[in-house]
Structure formats: structure tokens, C-alpha cells
Design a protein around this ligand. Structure first.
Ligand code: CTP
Ligand code: CA
Length: 224
């Protein structure tokens, strides 16, 4: 007989998740990117779906496969990611796990930038991207009941995470140390702390799948 999964504690709930990097074009052949793999965000999407949630995953360019049973919207830039998140609302919870590029090139070139023979490199003027988490965190009556962000830091982890919690209007910040020696960026393990108004909760170093399952269970409890 077919195994029919139990409805799960998140049945009837909709969760929007961002995952992966964004790519910001410089010209038709070049872009600004970062080392995010999407492993953690995609694992959270899968873990929430396993608890019965309807999940919309808004993913930047990644090589990890689309999780099964989830609506995955593929985007490249931060502005496209924001538009896809807004289009996916309303949601009961939002988990903003993407490593959104902070800046984009102010004037994307229509043609490939050429060396001009002078030996002097071109100057790339940058402009700040919209902050997707802060936008969602301050949405007013369309704000999801639970808004979860991440804080990727290489120093002053807790202080920076607490500042982001306040500035972005998030309920929880999942703080992680992304210093190169931790291997978090691109690796399979993650050491996180959950920062909220209630305080700081330290989690042991776990496989990203296990971080995702624990976070999904915590989200289910918060929405119950
Ligand atoms: N974030 C976002 N949109 C951005 C930048 C960040 O939604 N344009 C979200 C990330 O998905 C994450 C949280 O904000 O959930 C924190 O991202 P992070 O890069 O750590 O914070 P920033 O505010 O960009 O600050 P900085 O990179 O200077 O530390
Ligand atoms: Ca950033």
C-alpha cells in the first residue's frame, strides 16, 4: 500500500524561504556573487514541507536540486528575489536564508566592458540592494506572523545578530560564524545560535539537515 504522510503540525501553513546567493550583473557576461551554496536554506524548505507546510522557496543561482514537493521560484538578482517574495505573500512565516548581495553595479553595462589599452581598470560604481528581510519584517498587516533571518558574521557574532534583529524587525536571527576556517560556506555542517528577544540559544555543531529539522520544529511550535 502507498504510504500517505501524516498531515503534520504545519498543515495549512504557508512559509516563504529565500536561499542561495544572488548574482548581480556587471555587464552581459560578468556578475558579482558570493560563496553561498543554498544547502542550508534548501534543507529548511524541505524540513518545513516534511512537517506539512506549503512552502515557496525563492532561490538564487545554486547547484543543489529543487526540493521535491515545493514550489521553487528561481531568481538571479536581489531585486528579483524581493519581487518574488512579495508575490508569494501572504505567508504565516518567512525564513530569509539567502546570502543576498549587498550591492549591485549602479549602471549595468549593455555591452561587455573592454580593456581600453591604458592599463587602468574600469571603476565600478556600486549601489545598495533592497533589504528583503527588513522589508518583510516591517510589512505591517501583510507581515508574516513569524519572521526569521540569518546573520552571517566573521566577528562580533552575537552583537551583530542582535543589531540585525532590531534593525530588520525579525523575531529570530539564526546567527552563524562564516569565517573561512569554519567551512560553513559551502560545507555540510553549521554551528548556529538563535538570537531573539528572549535571549540567545546555543546549538551544537550539526549537519545542515539537522539544523533545518530543529529550526522547522521550532517554527511549528511558534505557529501552533
Ligand atoms: N538580507 C536580505 N536582503 C539583503 C541583505 C540581507 O534579506 N539585501 C537578509 C539575509 O537573508 C539574512 C539577513 O538579512 O537573513 C542578514 O544578512 P547579512 O548579510 O548578515 O546582513 P546585512 O544586513 O547585509 O549586513 P552585513 O552584510 O553588512 O553584515
Ligand atoms: Ca550582507
Amino acid at each position: 500500500a502507498m504510504l500517505v504522510p501524516a498531515p503534520g503540525p504545519l498543515a495549512g501553513r504557508h512559509v516563504v524561504i529565500t536561499s542561495g546567493p544572488t548574482h548581480e550583473p556587471i555587464d552581459p557576461v560578468r556578475y558579482i556573487a558570493n560563496r553561498s551554496s543554498g544547502k542550508q536554506g534548501h534543507a529548511i524548505a524541505a524540513a518545513l514541507a516534511a512537517l506539512g507546510a506549503r512552502v515557496t522557496l525563492v532561490s538564487g543561482p545554486v547547484t543543489v536540486p529543487d526540493p521535491k514537493g515545493i514550489t521553487t521560484v528561481h531568481v538571479e538578482t536581489a531585486r528579483q528575489m524581493l519581487a518574488a517574495v512579495e508575490a508569494a505573500l501572504p505567508a504565516d512565516a518567512a525564513v530569509m536564508a539567502a546570502a543576498v548581495a549587498d550591492w549591485r553595479v549602479a549602471a549595468e553595462g549593455a555591452e561587455k566592458i573592454k580593456k581600453d589599452g591604458s592599463g587602468r581598470p574600469p571603476a565600478l560604481a556600486l549601489t545598495e540592494n533592497p533589504d528583503i528581510l527588513a522589508t518583510v519584517g516591517h510589512l505591517g498587516d501583510r507581515r508574516p506572523r513569524l519572521v526569521v533571518g540569518f546573520a552571517a558574521e566573521t566577528e562580533n557574532l552575537i552583537a551583530n545578530a542582535q543589531a540585525k534583529l532590531a534593525r530588520k524587525g525579525a523575531d529570530w536571527i539564526v546567527a552563524n560564524d562564516v569565517s573561512p576556517e569554519t567551512g560553513v560556506m559551502g560545507g555540510d555542517a553549521n554551528t548556529v545560535r538563535i538570537v531573539s528577544a528572549a535571549g540567545v540559544e546555543d546549538w551544537p555543531t550539526l549537519d545542515k539537515g539537522e539544523v533545518a529539522r530543529r529550526l522547522a520544529a521550532r517554527i511549528a511550535a511558534a505557529l501552533a
